[in-house]
Design a protein around this ligand. Structure first.
Ligand code: FAD
Ligand code: FES
Length: 254
């Protein structure tokens, strides 16, 4: 089942990233995603960066389909399916640290809004930082890390996470971002004895557990994830190593 929604607002988050808001009454939870299509593109997965009645997607332009979405204007229609996936498990009374890397920050914004937990946002440079304004309104503490030191902590989110975990006890880390970042984040959590939930990405076609193109070891990322526990990730041989492109070719991550 798909729905057609209309774009009701567009926000420029960075030179290459835009948020498109639309009204959609379907119930959704933080960390879930939708499949998005407009004429002239392949259908692609996008996390929900707002999960209430007014929902949004935050799109980084990296290729032909995301470029097509960037061409949308106010009032334009988008065909969507979903929401899909499990989302983050937001158990109460857990002291959480939320981490967003690059455009992965969009997927954790609803988690920050719901929990108000301490948050780290990371990006390559100051001009790549997105959604720090909204994160700052809800997070108890917000720290920014940039690879080149042009803003906040000079280094990556994993280095900053290590510092914060030394200063204060966190029961669990919730993260979304590039897989290489999440790989080192996972290794640090294992070393520090901190629990984690990570939102992973694989090439997707159906988004609903049918086609098998997003399989990682025995898991379907679209249906069993995209959020996986530390224990599930510990059994994934592909995690942080390789993934497949739209033609099924293996791409090395590390
Ligand atoms: C569950 C899920 C949620 C997602 N949520 C978001 C989101 O909220 N916002 C967002 O902007 N994107 C998100 N993505 C990624 C998004 O779907 C892809 O960026 C998009 O499909 C790329 O399409 P394209 O045609 O523009 O680029 P393509 O032409 O397919 O790719 C252009 C180039 O980028 C590379 N590439 C493709 N995908 C990725 C990737 N994910 N990371 C790094 N390089 C890549 C390709 O190998 C190619 O070299 C999500 C993906 C998944 C699986
Ligand atoms: S995208 Fe088809 S099974 Fe996951």
């Amino acid at each position: 089942m798909s729905d057609v929604v209309k774009v009701i607002s567009i926000t420029e988050e960075a030179y290459d990233t835009k948020t498109f808001e639309f009204q959609w009454d379907e119930k959704a939870s933080p960390g879930q995603f939708i499949m998005v299509w407009v004429p002239g593109m392949e259908e692609i997965p996008m996390s929900l960066s707002k999960t209430n009645r007014i929902k949004s997607i935050t799109v980084k332009k990296i290729g032909k389909d995301t470029e097509r979405l960037h061409g949308l204007g106010l009032g334009d229609s988008i065909r969507i399916r979903g929401p899909y996936g499990n989302g983050f498990d937001l158990k109460k009374n857990k002291n959480m640290l939320i981490i967003g890397g690059g455009v992965g920050t969009a997927a954790v914004i609803p988690v920050i809004k719901e929990t108000g937990a301490d948050t780290i946002i990371g990006a390559r440079t100051d001009k790549d930082v997105i959604m720090d304004d909204v994160a700052g309104q809800y997070a108890k503490n917000l720290w920014i890390a940039t690879d080149d030191g042009s803003r906040g902590f000079h280094g990556n989110v994993v280095q900053l996470m290590r510092e914060k975990i030394q200063e204060k006890r966190y029961d669990t880390v919730l993260a979304c971002g590039p897989e290489i970042m999440q790989y080192y984040l996972y290794k640090a959590c294992v070393e520090l004895g901190t629990d984690c939930q990570l939102s992973l990405e694989r090439h997707m076609k159906c988004g609903a557990g049918v086609c098998g193109c997003c399989v990682m070891d025995e898991m379907r990322v679209c249906r069993d994830g995209p959020v996986f526990t530390k224990e599930q990730i510990s059994r994934m041989k592909d995690f942080g190593t390789s993934k497949r492109d739209e033609a099924g070719r293996i791409i090395k991550i590390r």
